[in-house]
Structure formats: C-alpha cells, structure tokens
Design a protein around this ligand. Structure first.
Ligand SMILES: Cc1ncc(COP(=O)(O)O)c(C=O)c1O
Length: 403
C-alpha cells in the first residue's frame, strides 16, 4: 500500500542533486500529494475569484468551495464549524490566542508551559506575561527530554494555572504528550487549556471533543496542505469572547465613524481576503488524509520509527534524545561531539534531507545542554529503503568526520 501512496507525491520521485530524494523533514513541512497540487492549480486556472462578496458565478462557487473546507476541518477535528477560525498557521493562531487572553491575566496568575515548546508557543505567552506581570511556570522534563507526567500533574495542582499551553507532540524530539490527562488535572482550577497540535494534527488525527481542550492550533502545511494557512479551534463561548485581534473588512457587522460592530466567531477573527487557494488546497489534503485508514498509517509510521531506532542504536557514539516509546516518528540525535550541521550537510550530499539545529526550541536545547541535534522526521510516505539509505550515508559521514 505504501509503495502505491508514495507515487501520489511527485517530489518523492525526483532527483535532488542527481540523487534519489530521502525526505526526512516532514516535521518542518510535509510533501504534497498530487491531489493538493491539482486543487491549487485548478483554482487559479478555472475558479479564481474572491469569496463572500460577489454576486457573480465564480465568486459564489469559490465561496461554496472555501466554506465547505471549514466543514471538512470541523469533521476531521470532531468540532462544530463555527468553532474553527482560519489563520496563517500555528504561529498566527498562538499569537491570536495569547493576545486575546492577555485580558484575563494579572500579576498573581500563572501560565504553564513546558521546556519542550516550539518558540511559537513560548514567545507570545512571554509577551502576555510581560504586559500583565503573570508568571510562567515550566512542567518538569528529564535530562533526556521526557516530560515527567506525575510531577507535571503536581505542578498543575500547586500553581493552579490560569492558562496551560502545551504541545501535543514535540517537534524537536517527537514525544507524544498525554495532554488529555493534564487537561483533566487542570479542570478544577478553571484553567484555559491550549494544545499546540502542529505536530499531532496529521499523525494522530486528534478528536478534540475527546481531548476536551479549550483551544487547539495547527498548520496545514504540516498535514499535506499548502503553506500560509492553518487554524485555531476554540470552545465556542471562549472563542467568541476573545477580543478581536486584527480588524478590517469581512469581520465587521457595521462600520460608521460613530463606531463599528463586529461579527461573531469565527468571522470576527478573519479580516480581509483569506488564503482562499490555500484553504481549498488544504481541503484536498483533508480528503486525501481521511481516505486513508488512520490506524493503519499510524501503525506503519510506528513500525518505521522502531526500525530506524534499531538501526541507529547499532552505531556506537549515537545518542538519541527524547521519549522513544510515545513518539510520532521523530528521531533527534547527536554523534559524539560532532556538530549537527556538519552531519546534516554531509548527509545532504547523499540525497538525505534531514534538519539540524535547535528546531526553534532553544530552551529545550539549553535544558539538554546541547546546541542542537540532527532530526530525522518520518511520515507515512517514507519506507524502509529510505532508512537503509540514510544509515548507509550516516556510516560514511561518520567515517569522513573521524578521518
Ligand atoms: C510544535 C510546533 N508548534 C508551532 C509551530 C509553528 O508552526 P508554523 O511555523 O507553521 O506557524 C511548529 C513548526 O514547526 C511546531 O512544530
């Protein structure tokens, strides 16, 4: 089945620097299936028009198609269509949230984050804390980069946070967090719970009603869709009560020089012309993803992850970071004192696309006492042969570095 699916991704068939491509950077952005490329192409070839405001046929068709994707997304996440806001991506969604929630913070309040967060889930909250005097508390993480779940629950009990914002899966290490249990633990304190689903949206396909979070953010480009589009889910009352973030056309009810009134969520958070083509392309990605069996894909990704771990563990001097049991299929490693960038650059000369550096998680790297890692991030379109090619290239890379 996977060999058939791989054919849906044109870039995987290409040569890069005259080598077959082994793409291991899906945590940064996934490759796109032909159906997404076709949807984007078709929009600009045959359907292009602005949405919501035209009486003409193309505008009406674009509006119908664009709004239908909101339904697909709501279904994918198991929420209501008016609970999802289109944004530019996870970063944009987190900024919207931190800006909106600044209103409820005061100097006696605590925002709980973890050292594993992406900068996008740190800096907006830091800004909110600076403006309000609220404190940031961090969930305990081991020296290997694994969240201590029972100590995390204890910290929530001790700090009774106003807001808790956590990644469902870590982009740097791949760890999957039991956010449901942490959300439950924070319920008695009326904590607002935010889940950064940038890395879990595609691999775990979370059911947000079951997760019971208040807010959830994600980016389409990490789930087979185009860049520049993503979303924010919010429990409707909480979402609708957030103050407007950006203002302009479309999000208003009435405008006059004596005052302006705003629409309700989600429209009140969607000013201006949206990324129509991006949303429509994402609709094709959602159709593609949901046509595939979730459990089968996840089991395949997990078996590939185990194979990669087994092969890597056979190489002396490799140190693998993070939680290797509950993991979306990311392996972050260092090799002795060799620089991660040198390893990644040498691997690239064999057609192996990995990422190196701090992965926008500088506080995590500081916690692990390293400057960065080499990150291999898998998706269901990788296969065992990719991993074999990677291991062979890594062995040669190590040989060169040790010369
Ligand atoms: C866990 C996590 N959160 C947030 C982001 C930010 O996503 P974007 O750059 O698409 O806004 C990323 C991107 O890597 C991520 O992995």
């Amino acid at each position: 089945m996977i060999e058939q699916l791989r054919k849906d991704f044109p870039l995987l068939q290409n040569l890069v620097d005259e080598q077959p491509l082994c793409y291991f950077d899906s945590a940064a952005t996934t490759q796109k299936p032909q159906v997404v490329i076709d949807a984007v192409n078709q929009f600009y070839h045959q359907e292009n028009a602005n949405v919501h405001r035209g009486a003409h046929t193309l505008s009406a068709q674009a509006t119908t198609k664009y709004e239908a994707v909101r339904d697909k997304l709501a279904q994918y996440l198991n929420v209501q269509r008016n609970e999802v806001v289109w944004t530019k991506g996870a970063t944009d969604s987190l900024n919207l949230l931190a800006y909106g929630l600044t209103n409820i913070l005061g100097q006696d309040d605590v925002i709980v984050l973890s050292p594993l967060e992406h900068h996008a889930n740190i800096v907006p909250w830091q800004q909110a804390a600076e403006k309000t005097g609220a404190k940031i508390a961090l969930l305990p993480v081991s020296k290997e980069g694994v969240l201590d779940q029972s100590a995390a629950i204890e910290l929530i009990r001790d700090t009774k946070p106003k807001i808790i914002s956590l990644c469902h899966a870590s982009n740097a290490l791949g760890n999957i967090h039991d956010v449901k249990q942490l959300i439950e633990a924070s319920k008695p304190y009326g904590t607002i719970t935010v889940v950064d689903g940038a890395q879990s949206f595609m691999h775990l396909r979370p059911d947000l009603k079951a997760l019971d979070c208040d807010f959830f953010v994600f980016s389409a480009h990490k789930a087979l869709g185009p860049t520049g589009v993503g979303g924010l889910y919010g429990r409707y009352d909480l979402l609708n009560n957030l103050p407007v973030y950006q203002t302009g056309g479309e999000m208003i009810d009435t405008v006059s020089f004596t005052g302006t009134t705003f629409r309700n969520a989600p429209e009140k958070f969607e000013p201006g012309t949206p990324n129509i083509c991006g949303v429509i392309g994402f609709g094709a990605a959602l159709d593609y993803l949901t046509s595939l069996n979730k459990n089968e894909l996840l089991a395949y990704e997990q078996s590939l992850h185990q194979y990669l771990l087994t092969r890597l563990r056979q190489i002396d001097g490799i140190k693998i970071w993070g939680d290797n049991k509950n993991n979306i299929g990311v392996v972050s490693f260092t090799y002795k004192n060799e620089h991660h960038f040198d390893i990644a650059t040498l691997l690239n000369s064999y057609g192996i696309a990995v990422r190196s550096g701090h992965h926008c998680t500088q506080p995590l790297m500081a916690h692990l006492n390293i400057t960065g890692t080499v990150r291999v991030s898998l998706a269901f379109y990788n296969n065992q042969q990719d991993i074999d090619s990677f291991i062979a290239a890594l062995m040669e890379t190590i040989e060169m570095l040790e010369e």
